[in-house]
Design a protein around this ligand. Structure first.
Ligand SMILES: C[S@@+](CC[C@H](N)C(=O)[O-])C[C@H]1O[C@@H](n2cnc3c(N)ncnc32)[C@H](O)[C@@H]1O
Length: 245
């Protein structure tokens, strides 16, 4: 997932540009972009997370390129008070952080304050339904699980591993069309790539190592078709790129 998301990031953002990240977590992508010469303001609702990113940036000697801010997605517009209106070349958010924001409808107008005209916002959002789950769960006799995210708020664990799997965050799910509609007044839809259309989602990753060979044709299928409509809308995650109008 991360490798594919990074391909989109490196196509979109150039060395010397300045971007922000929403829900940076431990800063894996923010630090990766900074190493390639992009300036990043990494934000997260968790103070501990942004402190950790700050510490890592110091450790790697990246403090001139990585700044942090403890903000929730729906208040990200306050960065404009510090950096200026339309200061950023773009922004991004990966791995479902936007699904955890209960007021996602407030986010696009906040982003409008931050991103210059023609700048991009790239995000991966967890979809309501995916092709893999539609085919897989009926086969293991749990057909309802394929539809569990449809129209519901679902508690998702913050990690698959103990002890953090005890903690859950209520999350909401969006089809690519829902997301494009939310962003439409402020951003033009540019591209959609599906993630985990033919491949298993992360919660089934334990099967991957055992069945590596069986998954190889699916990987090729995914690589070939993940940007082709309408298949690009059938992923477990959707990578959407929006352009500030
Ligand atoms: C699944 S992690 C993804 C972290 C990182 N983007 C990555 O790819 O590793 C989700 C992150 O979103 C943060 N988060 C949850 N709700 C948020 C919100 N409403 N606004 C901003 N960040 C949020 C969490 O604290 C967590 O660090």
């Amino acid at each position: 997932m991360r490798a594919v998301f990074r391909q989109v990031l490196s196509r979109t953002f150039l060395e010397g540009q300045t971007v922000f990240e929403i829900g940076c977590g431990t800063g894996i992508d923010a630090l990766w972009l900074a190493r390639s010469g992009v300036n990043v303001v990494a934000t997260d609702i968790s103070r501990e997370m942004v402190e950790l990113v700050n510490k890592k940036a110091k450790h790697e000697g990246l403090t001139d390129r990585v700044r942090v801010a403890n903000l929730r997605a729906s208040e990200i517009g306050v960065l404009a008070d510090e950096y200026g209106e339309e200061f950023f070349d773009g922004g991004f958010s990966h791995a479902g952080a936007l699904n955890m924001e209960p007021a996602l409808e407030l986010v696009p107008s906040q982003l409008r304050r931050l991103v210059r005209r023609g700048g991009a916002f790239v995000c991966s959002i967890i979809n309501k339904i995916s092709l893999f789950e539609l085919l897989f769960y009926p086969l293991v006799l749990r057909p309802r699980k394929a539809f569990r995210r449809l129209g519901h708020t679902v508690p998702i664990p913050i990690s698959r591993e103990p002890p953090l799997n005890r903690y859950v965050v209520p999350a909401r799910f969006y089809s690519p069309k829902d997301a494009a509609t939310l962003f439409r007044p402020d951003f033009a839809f540019e591209s959609l790539q599906g993630l985990q259309i033919f491949l298993h989602p992360a919660n089934l990753a334990r099967y991957y190592a055992d069945l590596l060979v069986a998954f190889m044709p699916l990987e090729i299928l995914e690589e070939t078709l993940s940007r082709v409509p309408p298949i690009n809308a059938w992923g477990h995650h959707s990578i959407l790129t929006f352009r500030r109008s």
